[in-house]
Write a protein that binds this ligand. Structure first.
Ligand code: KPL
Length: 303
C-alpha cells in the first residue's frame, strides 16, 4: 500500500515550494487548489538547479486519507479552505497552518478535532508561472502548537521537512514567533502597499516618521500582550528588528504590495486585525494602525 500523502492545500509560492520539495524527497504529495495546474512542475533552487517533478493537483480532496494536511492559503482564505476539507478529514489528521497574521491559527486550532501545528517560515519563494516556482533564498521554518502540545508530531515533521531541504525546528513558543512576524509585517506591509514602494524606500525621510509611529504602537501592543522581540527589549528591540528586516529586504516588493498591484485582496485583516483587537482589549490608543487598516480596507477588493 502506498504511504499516505501530504495534502498541500493552496498552491501559492510557499505551498508549491513545500509540495515540490517533499515530492523531490520521495514523499507522496497531492496539491489541492481551486484550478488544476500542469502535472509536471519545476522548482528552480537557490543554487540555480531545475528540479522537475510530476505532481498531481486536484480541485477536491482525494479519497485516500492524508498523513498531514498543510494549509498554505492566504490568511483570508484559510477558514473557507478548511471548511471545504473538514468533511474528508478524520479526527486524527494532523493539520499544519502556514498563514501570516494571527486570525486563522487560533480559530482553526479550536475547530479541528485533530492535532494542529502552526508554521512560520523565512524561506523565499515566488511563482514564475503555472509550471515553475523559484526557491529564491534559503530560510528557516519554525513549527509548534499554540498550546505547546503535539511536540512529537512537530519534531518528526521538522525532520521530514529538513530532509526535504527546508530546515525546520520544532519550537515551544510558536505563538510568540507568529506575533513577532506579525509585528514585522504590520510595520512594513501596510505602508509599502499604501505608498506603493519597495521595502527599502521606507528608510527615506518622507516615510521614516510614519514607520516610527507604527513601531511605537506595535511595541505598546506587544508589551501589553507579553510578547518580547527576538533580541533586545521593548521599543528598542522592536525598532532594531523592524529596521533590520527593512534593510535585509530593501529590494523586495512586499507580499501586500504585490497583492495591491495585482488587484487581489490583501492580508490586512489578519495582520492589523489582531493588533487592533488586542489594543482595544488593553485600552490602548492605536490611531496610526487604525488609519492604515481603514486605508487598506478601502483599497482591497475583498475576498
Ligand atoms: O514578509 C514579508 C512580506 O513581504 O510579506 C516582509 C518581511 C515584509 C518582506 O517583504
Amino acid at each position: 500500500m502506498a504511504p499516505a500523502p501530504h495534502w498541500i492545500v493552496g498552491p501559492g509560492a510557499i505551498g508549491r515550494l513545500l509540495a515540490l520539495r517533499l515530492a523531490s524527497a520521495g514523499h507522496e504529495v497531492v496539491m489541492i487548489g481551486r484550478r488544476p495546474l500542469p502535472d509536471h512542475q519545476t522548482l528552480i533552487t537557490p543554487e540555480g538547479d531545475a528540479l522537475a517533478v510530476k505532481l498531481p493537483t486536484r480541485v477536491a480532496p482525494p479519497d485516500e486519507a492524508p498523513c498531514v494536511v498543510h494549509l498554505t492559503t492566504k490568511a483570508y482564505a484559510a477558514e473557507t479552505a478548511f471548511a471545504g476539507l473538514a468533511a474528508r478529514l478524520d479526527a486524527a489528521s494532523p493539520l499544519v497552518l502556514w498563514q501570516n497574521g494571527f486570525t486563522a491559527q487560533p480559530r482553526l486550532t479550536d475547530r479541528h478535532p485533530g492535532p494542529v501545528l502552526c508554521a512560520t517560515t523565512t524561506e523565499g519563494a515566488f511563482v514564475e508561472d503555472d509550471r515553475r516556482v523559484v526557491h529564491a533564498g534559503h530560510g528557516e521554518t519554525a513549527l509548534g502548537a499554540l498550546d505547546g502540545r503535539h511536540t512529537e508530531l512537530a519534531a518528526s515533521l521538522a525532520v521530514t521537512l529538513g530532509a526535504a531541504g527546508l530546515p525546520t525546528s520544532a519550537v515551544p513558543d510558536i505563538r510568540r514567533r507568529l506575533w513577532q512576524k506579525l509585528a514585522v509585517n504590520a510595520a512594513i506591509n501596510p505602508l509599502v502597499a499604501y505608498h506603493r514602494v519597495r521595502n527599502g524606500e521606507l528608510r527615506d525621510p518622507c516615510y521614516r516618521d510614519e514607520v516610527e509611529a507604527v513601531i511605537v504602537e506595535v511595541a505598546a501592543v506587544m508589551a501589553a500582550e507579553g510578547v518580547t522581540p527576538p533580541q533586545g527589549d521593548g521599543l528598542a528591540g522592536w525598532r532594531a528588528l523592524i529596521w533590520k528586516v527593512v534593510t535585509a529586504t530593501a529590494g523586495n516588493r512586499a507580499s501586500m504590495l504585490q497583492d495591491v498591484l495585482a488587484d487581489r485582496p490583501t492580508e490586512h485583516e489578519a495582520i492589523l486585525g489582531p493588533l487592533l483587537e488586542a489594543a482595544t482589549r488593553h485600552g490602548l490608543a492605536t490611531p496610526v494602525l487604525a488609519e492604515l487598516a481603514r486605508r487598506l480596507a478601502e483599497t482591497s477588493p475583498g475576498c
